[in-house]
Ligand binder design. Sequence first.
Ligand SMILES: [Zn+2]
Length: 140
Amino acid sequence: MVEDTMKYEKMLDRLYLSLPEQTKTKERFEMPEVHSHIQGSKTFIKNIQTVLKLVHRETPHFVKFITKELAVPVSVTKEGTIDITGKFSESKIRSLTENYVKQFVLCKECRKPDTKFIEMHGVKMLKCDACGAVTPLKQL
Ligand SMILES: [Zn+2]
């Protein structure tokens, strides 16, 4: 029995040693730069799909968030551009998007973006695939 345990431990040692050097994941999530522009009385966010794809979030959820934050009508064009009624600066749009990512994407524990929405007892929660943390989500 003792011998078996030792063998097992040796095996583990070997496994550990054979792991590649670079198993560490990136420390910080790099947010792509969001570009928006004002045209007439509207504001358009053209590259929002790049961001949403990267963080694995659905466009309608983001639209709901931005509608609530800005309190104006928001729609999505066929091409996936966000179409906001009203004039908003690019810096405002950027900080809104950053807030969205902070609230609905980044893990509250390890700050990694590898998260998804789950439902626990009828309540939406944020589950992190990197560290396993489950934290409450703000209701939209
Ligand atoms: Zn985490």
